[in-house]
Design a protein around this ligand. Structure first.
Ligand SMILES: Nc1nc2c(c(=O)[nH]1)N(C=O)[C@@H](CNc1ccc(C(=O)N[C@@H](CCC(=O)O)C(=O)O)cc1)CN2
Ligand SMILES: Nc1nc2c(ncn2[C@@H]2O[C@H](COP(=O)(O)OP(=O)(O)OP(=O)(O)O)[C@@H](O)[C@H]2O)c(=O)[nH]1
Ligand SMILES: [Mg+2]
Length: 461
């Protein structure tokens, strides 16, 4: 990989008017281009100021006419975000100022940066590893406090350090093995072999925990998929609307109102939920409703959490009981929700039997009563942030695949050791595990993979 040699520029703040808008430059000519586009009030050329200093002055268009009165700063590679020379203008947040300013930078030799190109350069120059670069993307798109906290932890290198621990332990194991191999005539000390086998299984356990963290990582980043199911008219869509805080789904008193699944995110008990409202479950002759019911069942199967809503104004039916048994049978966490708590109820007593130990929450979507209790039940089922340190979880499919592959290799190596297979086969497995770990942090990753990662970022990041 050769280092990029051209100088890039972009507007780094979101479109539309705002308090401040930032133009960013990176590359060998960044300071020169910025200096040519800037007249400091103190008359001293930009490059004669200290790096990182904020210099007050006028941003100039290609004819030398002022576009805005701004703050300008530069840094010298490698002591910068990208590792190259960089400069930036902190302008008034006017889209027109930013466009004119960007044109001025182009006229002096910079070119438009592509999506994610600043962060990509930071990665190529070793300022960030790939897990940290991905954390930048996660941080920008975080939809919950927990998600943001986690991405920030990953940005500081928490995941990278966890991976590095396993990596260096595996390198040690390889070194020991090479030492053994170097003396082929000597019998291998059984004590030594046992020690190696122990070290290998400790790394296997560490990798298993790492690969296993993906599920929680996904819940934190994208939310816990949560299906709201129950008979028609039970109050499912009303519950969805109450949880998201606006009328997302159509509610009527006609059973069979919801046909297609309706998805919306909400935070409940500190947990981000990907709520999926579903069509009421019943046998129906209507082909459209039948399709909806199929989707409800699929949503229930894919969900990690199920809210079974039972109409609080009627006696629970055989269908309610059958549904409760079916959900309990999946072994998934679920909550039995007794709806319409503001109306006179019929089935307060017989519901406890249906719940079979799952939490039972009485609530009213109309008054909001009981929603806090539902939040507490959800929080208990998905405890937040307690068991893992921020930033140490795997949060995307790419990382999960690489961690899983590293784990498989180490399992194979351990098996080879117990089976007494030739040591070089074992070494190949460990090497492959190292390769997979290298992909996680980007030490040994293919260029098309990095292309894909950075192209998902916004321009100017
Ligand atoms: N105005 C502004 N705010 C910003 C950024 C930016 O580029 N500009 N960032 C961009 O996304 C983030 C901050 N990231 C940064 C990371 C490293 C360095 C940097 O200069 N690093 C040097 C020196 C560090 C030091 O002073 O100790 C280095 O790592 O060598 C700057 C910003 C968020 N806020
Ligand atoms: N008083 C009262 N009425 C409610 C409450 N929740 C739902 N309802 C009413 O019950 C009826 C059905 O509500 P929906 O939310 O559409 O029920 P659903 O389970 O989504 O029904 P389908 O989509 O047909 O499966 C509507 O008339 C709602 O206004 C509640 O908490 N209090
Ligand atoms: Mg509905």
């Amino acid at each position: 990989m050769s280092l990029p040699a051209d100088t890039i520029a972009a507007i780094s703040t979101p479109p539309g008017p705002g308090a401040i808008g930032i133009l960013r430059l990176s590359g060998p000519r960044a300071v020169e281009v910025a200096q040519a586009s800037f007249r400091p009030l103190n008359k001293m050329p930009l490059s004669q100021h200290r790096p990182h200093e904020l210099v007050y002055g006028d941003l100039l268009d290609r004819d030398g006419q002022p576009i805005d009165r701004v703050l300008c700063t530069f840094s010298r590679g490698p002591v910068s975000y990208t590792g190259e020379d960089t400069a930036e203008f902190q302008c008034h947040g006017s889209p027109m100022v930013l466009s004119l300013g960007l044109e001025a930078l182009f006229s002096r030799g910079a070119r438009q940066a592509r999506a994610g190109e600043f962060t990509r350069r930071a990665f190529l120059n070793g300022k960030l590893d790939l897990a940290q670069a991905e954390a930048v993307g996660d941080l920008l798109e975080a939809r919950s406090r927990e998600g943001a906290r986690h991405a920030a932890g990953q940005l500081t290198g928490a995941l990278s350090r966890r991976i590095a621990g396993v990596y260096s332990a595996l390198v040690d194991i390889m070194a020991h093995f090479h030492a053994v191999l170097d003396y082929p005539d000597e019998d291998i000390d059984p004590f030594r072999m046992e020690e190696l086998s122990g070290q290998l299984s400790r790394q296997e356990a560490a990798l298993r925990a790492l690969a296993g963290s993906y599920r929680r990582g996904q819940y934190i980043r994208d939310g816990v998929p949560c299906a709201i199911v129950g008979r028609p008219n039970a109050g499912k869509s009303s519950l969805l609307n109450a949880l998201v805080g606006f009328d997302r789904a159509i509610v009527t008193n006609i059973p069979g109102t919801t046909r297609d699944t309706v998805e919306e995110r909400a935070e409940l008990g500190g947990v981000t939920l990907r709520l999926i409202d579903t069509a009421g479950l019943r046998d129906s002759d209507d082909p459209i409703e039948q399709l909806g019911v199929e989707r409800s069942r699929a949503a229930m199967e894919e969900a990690a959490l199920v809210l079974l809503v039972v109409d609080g104004t009627e006696k629970a039916t055989r269908e309610d009981a059958a549904l409760a048994r079916a959900i309990a049978g999946t072994g998934k966490p679920w909550v039995l929700v007794r709806s319409k708590g503001d109306l006179a109820g019929e089935n307060a007593d017989d519901l406890a039997a249906l719940a079979e130990g799952a939490p039972l929450v009485s609530l009213s979507a109309r008054t909001g009563e009981g929603l806090d209790e539902l939040g507490r039940a959800v929080e208990e089922l998905f405890p937040q942030g307690s068991e893992d340190k921020a930033g140490e979880l795997i949060t995307n499919a790419r990382q999960a695949e690489a961690a899983g592959r590293a784990l498989d290799c180490v399992v194979r190596a351990g098996q080879a050791l117990t089976d007494g297979v030739t040591p070089d086969a074992l070494l190949t497995d460990v090497e492959e595990a190292l390769e997979a770990l290298g992909e996680l942090t980007g030490q040994s990753v293919r260029e098309d993979v990095t292309d894909r990662i950075f192209s998902k970022f916004c321009v100017g990041k």
